[in-house]
Design a protein around this ligand. Structure first.
Ligand SMILES: Cc1ncc(COP(=O)(O)O)c(C=O)c1O
Length: 368
C-alpha cells in the first residue's frame, strides 16, 4: 500500500503501524554523548551492553513483574530480530507453531523461513478477537513446538487478558511448548485493560521467550533496538542465531536505549494519551459509517481491524486498492494478516487527528 500510495496525490495515510512522533530529545542526546565519547565505533558484547541489560532487568521487574537477571537478556535489532532468532533457535523443520488469526504477518513468515509450519487458529471475533482456547487445544499435534502471539495485537488491537494467558500457559506446560511473545505495544493499553506478560507466571520460567522493543514505546523505529528475555539455558541457543543475523545490536542505539530507560518516562505517557485520544476520534468517525464498517474498539496498540460490511469487501486487497485510487485513503488489507483477515481492513491511528478526519471525510463522501 505504501508503494501504491506514492502513485496517488495527497493520500490520507492510515497504513503504517509506526509512530509518527520523533524520538524524544533526551534519548537522542544520550546517543550523541556516546558518539562524542567515542563509545560506539566497535561491537558490544553479543548479548548487549551489560549496563543496558541491567536497566532492562529493572524495567522487567517494575513493569512486567518478571524476575530476571542480565544473563537472561539478549539485546536485539528491534523486536523483529529477537523474534526471528528465537524462532530459528526453537523451531526445527516441520515443527508446528500455533498462532492466532489474524496476527502480525511477520510472525507467520518467521515460522516459514525456519522451515516450520504455521498453524493458524481463528480468533473469536465476536468477543473482540480473543484467543479461542478450545481451538488451540484442538490444534495441538505431536509436532507442535510453540505458540506465538502479540499482545496488544497487531492488527486487531486486542489485549489478551490475564485469564486467557493463564489458560494458554497451562496448555503450554501440559504439552511442553514454548510461548514466544511479541509485546511491542505493551505500554499502549486503554480503558482499564492491563498488559500481562506470560513470563511473569513463575512456572513458565523455562517455557517463554518474551520479545520487547524500544520502537513503539519511545518512538525509536529507525534505531532498530529491542531485547528479549528467556531462561539462561535458552539464551546461548538463541545467541547462535543472533550472531549470524546481527553480531550485536547497533551500539549507538544501545546507548540511546539506555538513555530511554534511565530518563524520564513522561514521553511514554504522552504517546499513550495521544493514541487513546486518536482511537476515540477514529471510533467516533467509524460510528458514522456503520452501514459500511463494523468494529471492535481496540483495547490497546494503535491499530484497529474493522469488518467491511459491503460485498465488495470480501476481497480486502481489491477493496483497499479501490479505496486508495477512488477515495485517496490508504489502509491495509486484512488478508495480509491471515485468511480470517479477509473482509477486514487495518486502520492505524498513530497519526494526527487531522489525518484521521481527512481520511474519514473522504470515505464519508465516497460511500454516500
Ligand atoms: C507486533 C509488532 N511487532 C514488532 C514490530 C516491529 O518491531 P521492531 O521495530 O522492534 O522490530 C511491529 C511493527 O510494526 C509490530 O507491529
Amino acid at each position: 500500500m505504501t508503494r501504491l500510495s506514492k502513485e496517488v496525490d495527497d493520500v490520507a495515510f492510515l497504513s503504517w503501524a509506526k509512530p509518527t512522533s520523533d524520538t524524544p530529545q533526551h534519548i537522542k542526546d544520550g546517543a550523541i554523548a556516546a558518539i562524542k565519547k567515542g563509545l560506539v565505533g566497535g561491537y558490544s558484547e553479543n548479548a548487549g551492553l551489560l549496563k543496558l541489560r541491567e536497566e532492562i532487568v529493572r524495567k522487567l521487574k517494575r513493569d512486567n513483574n518478571i524476575n530476571a537477571n542480565p544473563a537472561q537478556i539478549l539485546v536485539t535489532v528491534g523486536a523483529i530480530e529477537g523474534l526471528s532468532a528465537a524462532v530459528m533457535a526453537l523451531i526445527d523443520p516441520g515443527d508446528e507453531v500455533i498462532l492466532p488469526s489474524p496476527t502480525y504477518s511477520t510472525h507467520i513468515r518467521q515460522v516459514v523461513i525456519a522451515s516450520g509450519k504455521p498453524v493458524l487458529v481463528p480468533s473469536i471475533e465476536e468477543e473482540g478477537f480473543i484467543w479461542d482456547i478450545d481451538g488451540v487445544k484442538k490444534a495441538i499435534t505431536g509436532k507442535t513446538r510453540a505458540i506465538m502471539y502479540c499482545s496488544p495485537s497487531n492488527p486487531t488491537g486486542t489485549v489478551f487478558d490475564e485469564k486467557q494467558l493463564r489458560q494458554l500457559a497451562e496448555i503450554a506446560l501440559e504439552n511442553n511448548l514454548t510461548v514466544i511473545t511479541d509485546e511491542a505495544y505493551e505500554y499502549f493499553v486503554f480503558d482499564g485493560h492491563k498488559h500481562f506478560s506470560i513470563a511473569s507466571i513463575p512456572e513458565m520460567r523455562k517455557n517463554v521467550v518474551s520479545c520487547y522493543t524500544f520502537t513503539k514505546t519511545y518512538a525509536m523505529t529507525g534505531w532498530r533496538i529491542g531485547y528479549l528475555h528467556a531462561d539462561e539455558e535458552l539464551i546461548p541457543q538463541i545467541t547462535k542465531a543472533h550472531i549470524p543475523f546481527a553480531i550485536c545490536a547497533p551500539v549507538v542505539s544501545q546507548y540511546a536505549a539506555l538513555a530511554a530507560l534511565e530518563g524520564p518516562q513522561d514521553c511514554v505517557v504522552d504517546f499513550r494519551d495521544h493514541y487513546f485520544s486518536a482511537r476515540n476520534v477514529m471510533c467516533e468517525r467509524l460510528d458514522r459509517l456503520d452501514s459500511i464498517f463494523e468494529y471492535h474498539k481496540p483495547g490497546g496498540s494503535y491499530l484497529m481491524f474493522p469488518k467491511i460490511l459491503l460485498n465488495e469487501g470480501r476481497d480486502s486487497a481489491a477493496f483497499c486498492k479501490k479505496l486508495l485510487r477512488e477515495a485517496r485513503v490508504s489502509t491495509t488489507p486484512g488478508i495480509a494478516f491471515g485468511p480470517t483477515g479477509q473482509s477486514h481492513l487495518r486502520l492505524s491511528f498513530c497519526v494526527s487527528d487531522k489525518e484521521i478526519h481527512k481520511a474519514f471525510d473522504r470515505m464519508e463522501s465516497y460511500f454516500k
